[in-house]
Design a protein around this ligand. Structure first.
Ligand code: ZN
Length: 144
């Protein structure tokens, strides 16, 4: 199997069986974003306590890349500190823009690096991360 086919497989798997799909009963932030270019919609619920992303859920609809990226993102940031999630987000953004290479330490997120070849789909892949960025900082303000 080629690397590209493998990435495709990982994305389709997350699209078909998304992780952390649903909503949280008492989120510290809930962010809704859409990508009109593609018709993707994401609503992200976050529970941030003492600077740690204790729980995260998403719901929405759209293309396989937007939904798979949201599933992978929630899987990757759950249990991490806001600072760790910020660092991971920057790395994924750089990878999607082709400015940094992926590494096996990214886990399933590595599969998104294939998206860098399709500039119109980068917005799809980043939608969930933009929601995360807004959400963690909104949660921070609520605590302060
Ligand atoms: Zn899309």
């Amino acid at each position: 199997m080629s690397l590209e086919a493998l990435y495709q497989e990982v994305i389709i798997e997350h699209y078909r069986r998304p992780q952390n799909r649903g909503e949280l009963p008492n989120p510290t932030a809930s962010v809704q974003l859409d990508n009109p270019l593609c018709g993707d919609e994401i609503t992200l619920d976050l529970l941030v306590e003492d600077g740690v992303i204790v729980d995260v859920r998403f719901r929405g609809q759209g293309c396989s890349i937007s939904q798979a990226s949201a599933s992978m993102m929630t899987q990757a940031v759950k249990g991490k500190t806001v600072a760790e999630a910020d660092a991971l987000m920057q790395r994924v953004q750089q990878m999607l823009k082709g400015e940094a290479s992926a590494g096996p330490d990214l886990g399933d997120l590595e599969a998104l690096q294939g998206v860098a070849k399709f500039p119109v789909r980068i917005k799809c892949a980043l939608l969930a991360w933009e929601a995360l960025d807004k959400g963690v900082h909104a949660s921070g303000r609520a605590e302060a």
